[in-house]
Ligand binder design. Structure first.
Ligand SMILES: C[S@@+](CC[C@H](N)C(=O)[O-])C[C@H]1O[C@@H](n2cnc3c(N)ncnc32)[C@H](O)[C@@H]1O
Length: 277
């Protein structure tokens, strides 16, 4: 394979997520296996972050939560999925999609160029009609999505995993408006927020590399989602089912990381949610 140009800045955060998914795949009690994650890591030449236990755990449980959401949305009739800021997401290759499924992966051009180069060399084939959409979520991405084959009249399952904190509040609100305009009745949406808990230092989980992680990421974070998101989501037209981390961790038979309890005590709410309209 030709040398790959690694995405820099915020694009590099996707490599950390792939590292966490690769580490999860090596656990005997893994929640999923993402064969693409190891390929991306090998191409990136980065060490894995499996010493940073709570990050691996957070990404793993979050991934499993969104896997369940997408499969439920598909079972409910959505035949198009839009992964916003898809990074190195491997779901188009990993999940058991029904026939006729179209999955859009939207991210910055540099991030997708890296991904496509690794995927082309792997020879792996997606398990759906996968459409790659190079676009900036801070610009007019809706028109680019439609030009890539998105059908606004059809119910859509939207996923915004690990993106909102990297946007300013104004860009996030514009994204929510565009998404609402493109969402036919029956559409769904999933999102999660850890507030700024993962950047907490010192962290109740012990350091384990978290302080270094916080230092690297703090400069990239531009906003925090509302602690109580239901009214905010309702303003954007979504009926939300908000779940506490304890509920989500229990469902996946893992102990809830103590940083959530510490956050609750400080009024910093972390939450997971699925929504419909
Ligand atoms: C933490 S990664 C999450 C990737 C993916 N959702 C996942 O969970 O594997 C953040 C991603 O957001 C993308 N991103 C950041 N700002 C963006 C923007 N303005 N437009 C599109 N993508 C953006 C980055 O390129 C990166 O791939």
């Amino acid at each position: 394979m030709e040398p790959t140009i690694l995405p820099a800045g915020v694009g590099a955060t996707a490599i950390a997520i792939a590292a966490a998914r690769e580490a999860e795949g090596r656990r005997p009690d893994r929640l999923f296996e993402d064969p693409l994650a190891g390929l991306f890591l090998a191409a990136a030449g980065r060490p894995t972050i499996d010493t940073v236990g709570v990050l691996v755990d957070y990404v793993a449980v979050r991934t499993a939560f969104f896997d369940d959401y997408l499969l439920a949305a598909v079972a409910g009739g959505c035949r198009q999925v839009v992964v916003l800021a898809s990074g190195l997401d491997g779901r188009a290759f990993r999940l058991d999609w029904p026939a006729g499924m179209r999955v859009f992966e939207l991210d910055l051009p540099a991030s997708l160029a890296f991904k496509e180069r690794v995927l082309a060399a792997s020879g792996l084939a997606p398990r759906c009609d996968r459409r790659v959409v190079p676009a900036d979520l801070c610009a007019d991405w809706g028109a680019i999505l439609v030009a890539a084959g998105f059908t606004p009249g059809q119910p859509t399952a939207w996923l915004a995993e690990g993106i909102m904190s990297y946007l300013s509040e104004a860009d996030r609100e514009q994204l929510m408006t565009t998404m609402a305009l493109l969402s036919a009745p029956g559409s769904r949406f999933a999102l999660e927020s850890a507030g700024a808990l993962l950047l907490r230092s010192p962290n109740p989980e012990g350091d384990n590399g978290l302080a270094a992680f916080a230092q690297e990421y703090r400069g990239l974070w531009h906003s925090t989602l509302p602690t109580e998101p239901t009214a905010w989501l309702e303003r954007h037209g979504w009926r939300a089912d908000v779940q506490a981390p304890a509920t989500v961790w229990r469902r996946h038979a893992r102990p809830e990381p103590s940083l959530f309890a510490a956050g609750r005590a400080e009024g910093q709410g972390a939450w997971f949610m699925t929504a419909s309209r």
